[in-house]
Design a protein around this ligand. Structure first.
Ligand SMILES: Nc1ncnc2c1ncn2[C@@H]1O[C@H](COP(=O)(O)OP(=O)(O)O)[C@@H](O)[C@H]1O
Ligand SMILES: [Mg+2]
Length: 377
């Protein structure tokens, strides 16, 4: 898939921008704080409806402007070409349009365009809080599974309501018997939606883990082995399918119901899942060197690229945000080599053109970025 045109209006520090990127490597070079990451972010947001950097959508709108907009024309091999548009407003909910048709359900928009983002935040997937790993999982699975997006939404709503009930039960200190009776039905609903998430996460990680292990072996020249382990918040034991997971989840909730009423919150479920990355058998978050952690993060992203290509049938767009300076020559070489072989349209930001050979630059489209303006070199 390929972005033929990208237009930004009041997005971050871009007042107005229109570019026609090339089919291969597109390089965005400039000093700090000029808008390089913002540009790559706009493509990621169009693909996933979310930014990994912005806490709230309104941060994406250019300061003082009422509305921000991202538009792109995308050509695809496996699907018909598509016009995508996402509009953010200071006052209303975000709106997405696919070929001019407005969609309120994000599941119908996410995954029309597939993109894999590599940036300095990737390291946090390995060494940061569990919430970052869950966000990674959710955003990546969502890209290829509208069903997952639906399930996530349904789960979140149910969790919120169940937590409200648990808080009421805690604060009433047992005086609300009627409330206590409805808890099992909320638990059943939570297990229903949650099992779908857990089962999908497990399958995704099985495949991603194998691919990541292969990439990791290449990147470490066969020295280190990687194992990706899914750590759910309750034992899945013999649960082989969604129904089995649902049963195990319901049992786990029943076992902690008393605790939950005392604490006023849900203590089991996918909102507490985690991942562990074992490098040569030990936890990379705790024992890995910075270099090993970087290699794990890069392996995950490259594996994700490959997995999306397998699932969608064509390579996703690659967004490489200022990652060259963090990589040593070997990893940089592997990254270039893999991205070139993958045949992906690539958007790469950097502060200078030194890492590139003349041959690479001749094939690339190079833009200078300054103060939210682009100039084709
Ligand atoms: N919503 C916004 N409106 C206007 N400017 C913004 C907005 N969000 C970020 N910026 C500006 O964008 C600049 C950072 O852009 P960024 O793309 O992260 O830089 P870099 O080129 O270093 O990657 C900063 O100057 C910041 O003030
Ligand atoms: Mg940047």
């Amino acid at each position: 898939m390929q972005i033929e045109t990208l237009e930004l209006e009041s997005f971050r520090n871009y007042e107005r921008l229109r570019i026609e990127p090339g089919p291969g490597l597109n390089v965005f070079s400039g000093r700090n704080a000029q808008g390089k990451s913002n540009l790559l972010e706009s493509i990621y947001v169009l693909a996933t409806s979310k930014s990994t950097r912005a806490g709230k959508d309104i941060e994406l709108i250019r300061f003082e402007d009422p509305v921000g907009r991202i538009t792109a024309h995308v050509t695809r091999e496996k699907n018909s070409d598509v016009a995508l548009e996402m509009i953010f407003s200071q006052t209303d909910k975000k709106v997405a349009r696919v070929n001019g048709v407005r969609h309120t359900k994000l599941a119908e928009v996410i995954g029309q365009l597939n993109a894999v983002l590599f940036d300095s935040g990737d390291l946090e997937i390995v060494r940061g809080e569990p919430a970052i790993r869950r966000q990674f999982l959710d955003l990546e699975i969502a890209q290829t599974s509208p069903r997952y997006v639906h399930a996530l939404g349904a789960y979140r709503k149910t969790l919120e309501q169940r937590n409200r009930l648990l808080r009421d039960l805690r604060d009433a200190r047992g005086s609300l018997d009627g409330l206590r009776e409805v808890l099992p039905s909320w638990s059943a609903q939570l297990a229903h939606h949650g099992a779908r998430l857990i089962d999908r996460r497990r399958l995704f990680l099985e495949r991603l883990g194998l691919l990541a292990a292969e990439v990791h072996e290449t990147l470490s020249d066969g020295r280190d082995s990687l194992q990706v382990v899914y750590v759910p918040s309750f034992p899945l034991d013999g649960a082989v399918d969604e129904a089995g997971v649902r049963e195990a989840f319901a049992e786990a909730l029943a076992a902690v119901a008393h605790d939950e009423m005392n604490r006023g919150t849900t203590l089991r479920g996918p909102q507490r899942d985690d991942l562990t990355f074992l490098v040569n058998g030990s936890d990379a978050r705790l024992y890995g060197s910075q270099g090993q952690q970087r290699t794990v993060a890069l392996s995950l992203k490259l594996a994700e690229r490959q997995l999306i290509e397998e699932l969608v049938g064509e390579p996703p767009i690659l967004l490489l945000d200022d990652v060259l300076s963090d990589l040593d020559d070997v990893r940089r070489h592997h990254l270039f080599d893999l991205t070139e072989r993958a045949g992906s349209q690539t958007f790469l930001s950097c502060t200078n053109l030194r890492p590139f050979s003349k041959g690479v630059l001749e094939q690339a489209r190079v833009y200078a970025v300054s103060g939210g303006k682009l100039e084709l070199q």
